[in-house]
Design a protein around this ligand. Structure first.
Ligand code: SAM
Length: 311
């Protein structure tokens, strides 16, 4: 089938975990494995099994030959790099919280995007990583292996935005459960698919989409209630308008003008479906055309600056 062919053609994407090592060290390591760095290009030809190069859009992301074997690689085992599909690197890269910020990752397990946020913050500041599923939160904890990330095993929707510990949170990533309809390369998402227990009793596809979209909307609107939040990124690995542009439109209505769309990865060519003003600020990826899984990212910023609170 087509999706298998497409998956077979995707490069092996590797994101350097700059909290643990440097890009130079990873480049040297890959050279020692017999690969050669293609300089001055971001294109890795499909039949080139001996080279690697840097990605054009995402910092610290490398393209290796399709299915390049890394299973017992010491750099991988020690978390110096992470196998992470290009599209799934976009949300944290777009949010890019600076050093020392306080950040919420609302739906965090297995933690690919959490570690990416932490890299972006140079391992400073504070991250609150919510995950309601106990089993998945254990995978998250194992993946993080880092200080200054508070794993909160709880339903994000039940968190209290007025809790003093969240008072300085300015950035939120919402990467909630979705239909997963964009995924062609399961390997990268082995742990990212929605937990099966969540879907119990939801039989009809349409009902399932409606219920996912309702949850996605609620999660983003909840994120927008935290008093100091300046920016929110909402992403899915779905290609359905119902979970993407439609949810964004409901968010814009539901937040009462507090937030507006902000540009996201402006150098990327594929944008949101042209359904309303601002759709050109949304990011879509197409699994057939873009050498990555199908994905969607939106970026919101507060319309008016947050009032500084009296101390
Ligand atoms: N961001 C993750 C990453 O990049 O590794 C992938 C997240 S996955 C798409 C969605 C996750 O949200 C699942 O692990 C699911 O168990 C969790 N989840 C679903 N509903 C939640 C809720 N109400 N509160 C917290 N986590 C939730």
């Amino acid at each position: 089938p087509d999706h298998v062919k497409n998956a077979a053609r995707l490069p092996r994407y590797v994101r350097v975990n700059t909290v643990r090592t440097t890009v130079d060290r990873v480049v040297e390591h890959l050279k020692s494995k017999g690969l050669q760095l293609l300089e001055g290009t971001h294109q890795l030809p499909e039949d080139d099994r001996k080279s690697f190069c840097f990605d054009e859009h995402i910092e610290n992301l490398l393209l290796l030959p399709t299915n390049f074997d890394l299973h017992d690689d010491p750099f991988l085992l020690e978390g110096m790099f992470i196998i992470q599909d290009k599209a799934s690197c976009m949300p944290s890269f777009i949010l890019s919280p600076p050093a020392e910020s306080h950040v919420i990752d609302a739906c965090a397990a297995p933690g690919n995007k959490t570690t990416h946020l932490s890299s972006s913050m140079r391992n400073t500041g504070r991250i609150f990583a919510f995950e309601k599923d106990k089993r998945r939160s254990m995978i998250l904890q194992k993946m993080l292996m880092m200080k200054d990330i508070d794993v909160i095993v709880d339903n994000f929707l039940k968190s209290d935005p007025t809790d003093e510990k969240f008072a300085q949170v300015e950035y939120v990533l919402v990467d909630p459960s979705c239909s997963g309809s964009g995924i062609v390369n399961r390997l990268d998402y082995l742990y990212a698919a929605p937990a099966s227990t969540e879907n119990e009793g939801i039989v009809e596809d349409n009902n399932r989409l409606e219920s996912l979209a309702a949850f996605q909307l609620e999660a983003v609107l909840h994120a927008m209630k935290f008093p100091s939040v300046k920016r929110v990124v909402y992403s899915t690995c779905s290609i359905h308008q119902r979970e993407n542009e439609d949810v964004v439109q409901s968010i814009l209505k539901g937040c009462g003008g507090e937030f507006k769309l902000a540009p996201a990865l402006p150098t990327w060519h594929r944008r949101g479906l042209p359904l309303f003003d601002g759709c050109e600020m949304l990011v879509r990826t197409d699994a057939k055309e873009d050498r990555t899984n199908g994905f969607f990212v939106s970026h919101f910023e507060r319309t008016h600056p947050v009032q500084k609170r009296e101390l």
